[in-house]
Design a protein around this ligand. Structure first.
Ligand code: NCD
Ligand code: ZN
Length: 344
């Protein structure tokens, strides 16, 4: 007899889809499992306005199979030029759920980001007033700060000040990667939450570097120590509603990952729910998966929980493809070629 687990359909609260034929090549891998996804705005030409987001959303919907019920939810890229009035337009749209703060230069396609949140004070004031969520890539870019310390230094130098200046601002600290980030979110008010990726739960920096560098395990924030990974696993499986699922699945062509200067980003969307289910199962906390994957994100974003159910099967025989077609390129999924126990 196979074990099964029926849960409310999960959502992915942090997803990179890219655009054009590359988006079309991956979007259905998310849509097969997730009910909704919050799509990041860091395209080559960033999604700066609600009008940009509406057009991008249309392109995503057109790439879905006709009967798909997958709902792309959108984010705006916060720049020094973002007008505060765009926050109201975003709220009225109903499909823009967050404004994303990228520190300039912190990660892939972040050049249009902010030097400091102080460049966006009127926008942040308007967001605080209206309840619009600020989604944050929490890393400093100071070249003197070690890459493994960039998140915790961001929390100390930047985030604590931002939270003090805007105590009512609703914040999601994205892709938590350190025990310090877990503690920060735990200690903060109810207005602060965090997403956790499958790869930060699976990998530590030894996995990335020992025995040869693994470019497909390279992402930002970079994976950290085993102690950090354990803290993330504990937070994700704790049942604390401040922590919820965001894959940060970020496809890059194989040729741009396996290069002298390899791009940051891990592609995990297609088997994400299997990876999370395996992790929760190994931790003996499978009963906490539904809250993390299907409830807490929707609650934080003040959306109804999904009503559809999905059934995962413990098959022990589902193999993640080693390579995927990616339009005119190849894409290597996280744990490609390996078996997952839970099939989504
Ligand atoms: C993301 C990407 O490729 O867009 N890369 C990554 O390493 N996570 C950007 C991001 O979320 O930092
Ligand atoms: Zn991301």
């Amino acid at each position: 007899m196979t074990d099964t687990l029926t849960i409310t359909q999960p959502d992915d609260w942090h997803l990179h889809l890219r655009d054009g034929a590359y988006m079309a090549a991956v979007v259905n891998n998310s849509a097969r499992c997730f009910g909704r996804a919050l799509v990041m705005p860091n395209l080559a030409d960033p999604i700066r306005t609600v009008a940009d987001a509406a057009k991008y959303r249309e392109r995503i919907m057109r790439a879905l199979p006709p009967k798909s019920t997958f709902e792309p939810l959108m984010t705006l890229y916060l720049t020094a030029e973002t007008p505060a009035s765009e926050v109201d337009v975003a709220l009225k749209s109903g499909f823009v759920l967050a404004v994303k703060l990228f520190p300039a230069g912190a990660t892939t396609l972040s050049d249009s980001g902010l030097q400091s949140w102080r460049e966006a004070i009127p926008v942040l004031e308007s967001m605080q007033k209206s309840g619009m969520v600020l989604s944050i890539h929490g890393e400093v870019t100071d070249p003197e700060v070690d890459i493994f310390d960039r998140e915790k230094v961001f929390i100390d130098r930047v985030l604590t000040k931002l939270v003090d200046a805007f105590p009512g601002l609703r914040i999601v600290l994205e892709h938590l990667s350190t025990k310090e980030a877990v503690s920060f979110v735990e200690a903060a008010g109810e207005n602060v939450a965090g997403t956790i990726t499958a790869h930060h739960l699976l990998l530590n920096r030894n996995d990335l570097l020992v025995g040869g560098i693994k470019p497909h395990f390279y992402c930002l924030p970079i994976v950290k120590t085993e102690q950090d990974r354990q803290a993330l696993l504990k937070a994700a499986t704790s049942g604390n509603s401040k922590f919820f699922l965001g894959t940060d699945s970020a496809p890059h062509p194989r040729s741009e990952k396996e290069a002298a200067i390899g791009k940051a980003g891990i592609y995990s969307a297609g088997h994400a729910i299997s990876l999370y289910a395996d992790l929760f199962d190994s931790a003996g906390e499978l009963d906490k998966l539904e809250g993390f994957a299907s409830f807490y994100g929707a609650d934080f974003y003040r959306l109804p929980r999904n009503t559809t159910k999905v059934t995962l099967e413990k098959s022990n025989s589902e193999v993640i493809p080693a390579v995927l077609d990616y339009h005119d390129q190849e894409l290597i999924p996280l744990k490609g070629g390996e078996t997952v126990n839970w099939k989504g």
